[in-house]
Design a protein around this ligand. Structure first.
Ligand SMILES: Cc1cc2nc3c(=O)[nH]c(=O)nc-3n(C[C@H](O)[C@H](O)[C@H](O)COP(=O)(O)OP(=O)(O)OC[C@H]3O[C@@H](n4cnc5c(N)ncnc54)[C@H](O)[C@@H]3O)c2cc1C
Length: 479
């Protein structure tokens, strides 16, 4: 029947796309719903997250507004979460199981699995090497060619606005609204509904659509604060050539080597940090934040693009200016062209959460969310310790003492929101180990928000691995 689907998947990012792909192979009928308008394609066309009401000024919740979710914007670095992070973060699924599904996923996408796994550092050093791979795919929805799959029907410009229940705990249908033509459809859910709306979007939907769960969702929001410190010139930077940006220093080496980067990572007092060599601190960071916020102020669709375009042109010129500036100073040996980029894990903090804003609604009539996020004093102290241990461990950097007093100005954060709906065995967890919302019999959820801890590894491959595991579970359950 026309509007009957075995599975309704909300969100076409890495989580939703991979789940739709695996389920479609079993001939299930799938509806893939995404609020993205898909009008403005490309890596640089992103907007302020349309369902966020407020967030700290240094938090940047980007939204691609494209099918494929934020994979349309990302930097394409993939690697599987390490055994150390899983054990340390008390994940209740065994690492061997995560590894198994990661392997299945790699085979499916034609990727060599061992390139996504950490080198097992035998030496117990404080700072160890890890590797990440450049993914051969960017926009995952396009890469998997979901548009042309006969049993997947994509509804863009659309969001769920109401769920209908049978016996209070089973979802029987979902009402969706299409923003372009304001049409409303009710889709019958034969087997399951799966929320894959992203690390923030899943909470937003749960808070709006599932009665009685508001207080249980969106707690302990974690992220990966990125900080760039210590200015280096090319000469000094090339003496760290083993780590990161291999392609920066080995431009003529074989392609395969360019696709992998070495990072350094450490685990001190249950905090993880990754460290990579990077270019200088982004000179247009503040302008980019302004751009993001102006595009949020939508005045009947007209001025935002205009103001946004002016800021983009400014960003372009600022970047060119600083490129030339750094090049000249680099030639004469002044530090500045390169820096070390640290990205840290975070301990769970009750002050960091997502709250429903009762006064402000998005275009679909759902209440927006407020993001509360900061770095605790304890986090800051450990970050300082990690930074200085790292500097001290290098003969070349020993004299570069550094103290991070306030993180707000320097931090780049908001790309990896996670842990706000963690899964776990215990009663206190909202989500079970099969990624089902415990209160309902057929509502599932996948994204970085279900991670029990965030470690330091970029999340996307792990999200897709959990999505693969969920698909196998659903295939078995609804055989
Ligand atoms: C600039 C940038 C660089 C990044 N670089 C990396 C990297 O190098 N490596 C890495 O691993 N990760 C990286 N990430 C993070 C990566 O993009 C995310 O981890 C990944 O996209 C998460 O996948 P997801 O499917 O859970 O969510 P998303 O990609 O956010 O997809 C969610 C989808 O749900 C849709 N949606 C949301 N709300 C609704 C609703 N109400 N109704 C219908 N649809 C809805 C959205 O439109 C979106 O398409 C980066 C992110 C950014 C922004």
């Amino acid at each position: 029947m026309k509007n009957h689907f075995d599975f309704v998947v909300i969100g076409s990012g890495p989580a939703g796309s991979i789940i739709s792909k695996f389920l479609s192979e079993q001939k299930y009928q799938i509806a893939l719903i995404d609020r993205a308008s898909d009008k403005y394609k490309g890596k640089k066309n992103f907007i302020f997250n349309p369902y966020v009401n407020n967030c700290p000024s240094h938090y940047t919740p980007s939204f691609s507004d494209q099918l494929g979710g934020n994979s349309a914007l990302w930097h394409k670095k993939i690697y599987l979460i390490s055994k150390e992070e899983v054990t340390n973060g008390k994940w209740s699924i065994k690492y061997s199981e995560i590894f198994k599904y990661s392997n299945i996923l790699a085979k499916k996408l034609g990727i060599k699995h061992n390139e996504l796994i950490y080198n097992n550092n035998k030496k117990k050093k404080l700072f160890k090497y890890s590797q990440s791979k450049r993914a051969e795919f960017s926009n995952i929805y396009n890469f998997l060619d979901l548009k042309n799959k006969q049993n997947i029907k994509t509804f863009k410009n659309s969001s769920p606005i109401k769920l209908f229940f049978k016996n209070k705990n089973r979802i029987k249908s979902v009402r969706i609204l299409n923003m372009e033509n304001r049409s409303v459809k009710t889709l019958v859910v034969k087997k399951g509904l799966i929320f894959c709306a992203g690390g923030l979007g899943n909470t937003f939907l749960l808070k709006n659509l599932t009665p009685g769960l508001d207080k249980k969702t969106g707690n302990f929001l974690c992220d990966h604060p990125h900080i760039q410190i210590v200015k280096l010139n090319s000469r000094l930077a090339s003496s760290f050539k083993k780590i990161s940006k291999v392609f920066l220093f080995h431009k003529n080496k074989k392609n395969t080597e360019k696709k992998r980067e070495l990072n350094i990572y450490t685990n001190i007092k249950n905090y993880f940090a990754g460290i990579q060599l990077s270019t200088n601190i982004d000179p247009s960071l503040i302008l980019s934040r302004i751009y993001l916020k102006t595009s949020f102020f939508n005045f009947f669709g007209y001025p935002i693009r205009f103001i946004g375009k002016i800021i983009k042109i400014l960003i372009f010129f600022v970047n060119i200016f600083f490129k030339i500036y750094y090049k000249i100073f680099d030639i004469i040996g002044v530090n500045g062209k390169y820096s070390f980029e640290f990205f840290f894990s975070q301990q769970k903090n009750p002050k960091n959460n997502l709250k429903l804003n009762r006064d402000n609604k998005d275009l679909f009539g759902l209440n927006k969310i407020d993001i509360n996020w900061s770095i605790s004093k304890k986090d800051l102290n450990i970050y300082n310790r990690i930074i200085n241990e790292f500097l001290n461990s290098s003969k070349k950097l020993k004299n570069k003492k550094f103290t991070l007093k306030k993180i707000d100005q320097q931090v780049y954060v908001g790309l990896h929101p996670s842990c706000s709906n963690s899964f776990g065995k215990d009663k206190k967890f909202l989500v079970d180990e099969n990624l089902k919302i415990k209160k309902f019999s057929n509502l599932f959820i996948c994204g970085s928000d279900v991670f029990p801890s965030n470690g330091f590894t970029n999340p996307t491959w792990t999200i897709m691995t959990l999505g693969t595991r969920l698909s196998y579970h659903l295939r078995k359950k609804f055989k």
